[in-house]
Design a binder for this molecule. Sequence first.
Ligand code: FES
Length: 165
Amino acid sequence: MNQAIPLESDTETEVDFMELDTIIEDEFGNNKENLIMILQAIQRKYNYVPQPALTYLSAKIGIPYSKIYGVATFYSTFSLEPRGRNIVSICLGTACHVRGGERVRERIQESLEISDGQTTEDQRFTLESVRCIGCCSLGPVVKINEDMHGRISSDQIDRILDQYE
Ligand code: FES
């Protein structure tokens, strides 16, 4: 069965094509072998992968849009939806779960007034639950961007979130 592939439906983000050229040509030599790394660089730039960037990338490196879209949706690390400036990942793996990860998640949801997978209206935070991020002995663990916060309790959440603009 053919999957419907959204094309150019993302009109919220203005993509700077000169900046894309810098990534695609200067950093990765216009080389289709570097597709994953190019997508990672685009996501670092915009905090997600805007669809106009996928279309442009397709034309630039000569890979059909459907293939690039397939790669971008296959890996959970890529987001095709706009995300907040800070990504809050709450671990709900077994070790974190038994140490109160669920209570921590509820507290984050209350504080940010969003549910799992959503972004705050001011685009400050996106909340995602994840499975084991490899530091079980520190559970429950919350990762914000690249920062690990371990052995946290619900009453520390607001203080931690306040550290991120
Ligand atoms: S279960 Fe949470 S870090 Fe492993």
